[in-house]
Design a protein around this ligand. Structure first.
Ligand SMILES: Cc1ncc(COP(=O)(O)O)c(C=O)c1O
Length: 400
């Protein structure tokens, strides 16, 4: 079937909850994808950081096939031989003592919120139904009703009420605002260490450290959503490691299974996780042996192929090159690791136009809101491949 027909079918039968660029991908390998006409593109978005290991990594393919030949799903009614090993490896990698596996990122966020609330009641002594979680302006943690209940983006909320209560909003990167949002019923602070969907918003250098101090003083859990920022994207294994702190819990997903499968998890201390009793929470697919086998291999690849190190080195280089672009439409260029953004001036050409132009040139990226272009290539990218992409971006802005 040709491209036009496939797009027509998708538009006719699919919900219009996305507005994708009109490229129909048929194949992917490393940083490259091919459309159904055989045209080659570089993927400079990496499924919002789910493909840090690149498309169809051969080691992941191997691990998937190997495990699929054994057993794929047991449900948690029984035990399987992969999940304990994933627990052990995640514990060794992160230092967190307890892990609860789920599937999508949003589910892991929901899991964290449930743990926070029960911990607040059982361990902190906050009266039942009174626990509050502080979230932040321009946050993005997923799309469930509870999660959009604390979104500050009106589009994500409009028409979807009634919402879940128990959330306060503080301004991101503003300590006074956080202090004001806290009261004796505050159980936790839930934040992205770098805000991805908001357009790669990097807080001040000491911000996370100060948040940590505020939380520690008042027995408030500091829970970080590392779903997009984790697994090397920012040049460290986790973004919080730039601040030299340790949060009370992290939420991970996306690159945890390198794009082969949705695998997510909430990691925290024994004190917090032990509030869950059998039957309190669960998921048919969470922690299944295929997911666990894939995650185990995905973690090994991140470590052995030194993806955080590559992101740190090449990210610095890419940021410097992007900053040299002279174009009156550009308001700011920013980045951390291989997570980069060009913010355009409001009222000028919108980001989508640049993304479409770059697509025509063979480079795939996506706008974040109207005026921000976000770049997040697979972290296996080589200097040569990065140079190829940067040239495309430079040319695109030179002719704008
Ligand atoms: C920081 C963050 N949290 C949560 C999510 C939701 O993850 P999922 O789409 O897998 O539910 C995302 C997705 O982009 C994210 O970036």
């Amino acid at each position: 079937m040709n491209e036009k027909k496939l797009i027509e079918i998708e538009e006719k039968y699919g919900a219009h909850n996305y507005k994708p660029l009109d490229i129909v991908i048929k194949k992917g390998k490393g940083v490259w994808v091919w459309d159904i006409n055989g045209k080659k593109y570089m993927d400079f978005l990496a499924a919002y950081s789910a493909l840090n290991q690149g498309h169809c990594h051969p080691r992941l393919l191997n691990a998937a096939v190997k495990q699929m030949n054994k057993v794929t799903l047991t449900s948690r009614a029984f035990r399987n031989d992969q999940l304990p090993l994933l627990y052990l490896e995640l514990h060794k990698l992160t230092g967190f003592d307890k892990i609860l596996p789920m599937n999508s990122g949003a589910e892991a966020v929901e899991t964290a919120i449930k743990a926070i609330r029960k911990w607040a009641f059982v361990k902190k002594g906050i009266p039942e139904n009174k626990a509050e979680v502080v979230a932040f302006t321009n946050n993005f943690h997923g799309r469930t009703i509870t999660i959009i209940s604390f979104s500050t983006d009106q589009q994500y909320r409009k028409g979807f009420g009634p919402f879940t209560s128990g959330f306060k909003i503080a301004e991101y990167n503003n300590l006074n605002s956080l202090k004001k949002a806290i009261n004796r019923n505050t159980a936790a602070v839930l934040m992205e260490p770098v805000q991805g969907e908001a357009g790669v918003i990097i807080p001040d250098k000491d911000y996370l450290k100060s948040v940590r101090e505020i939380c520690s003083k008042q027995k408030i859990l500091m829970i970080l959503d590392e779903i997009q920022s984790g697994f090397g994207r920012t040049g460290k294994l986790f973004a919080y490691q730039h601040s030299g702190i340790k949060p009370d819990g992290i939420i991970i997903g996306k690159a945890l299974a390198g794009g082969f499968y949705p695998v997510s998890a909430f990691l925290t201390s024994k004190e917090v996780m032990d509030v869950f009793n059998p039957g309190d929470h669960g998921s048919t697919f969470g922690g299944n042996p295929l997911a666990a086998a894939l995650a185990r291999e995905a973690l090994k690849i991140i470590k052995e192929e030194k993806l955080p190190e590559n992101a740190a080195k090449l990210g610095k280089y890419a940021l410097a090159r992007l900053k040299e672009i002279k174009n009156s439409n550009i308001k700011e260029v920013r980045g951390i690791g291989l997570w980069l953004a060009i913010e355009l001036k409001k009222g000028g050409t919108v980001a989508r136009k640049y993304c479409e132009k770059l697509k025509d040139q063979g480079l795939l990226c996506k706008e974040a809101h109207e005026y921000i272009i976000r770049f997040a290539p697979p972290l296996i990218i080589t200097k040569k491949e990065l140079d190829w992409a940067l040239k495309k971006i430079e040319l695109c802005f030179a002719s704008a």
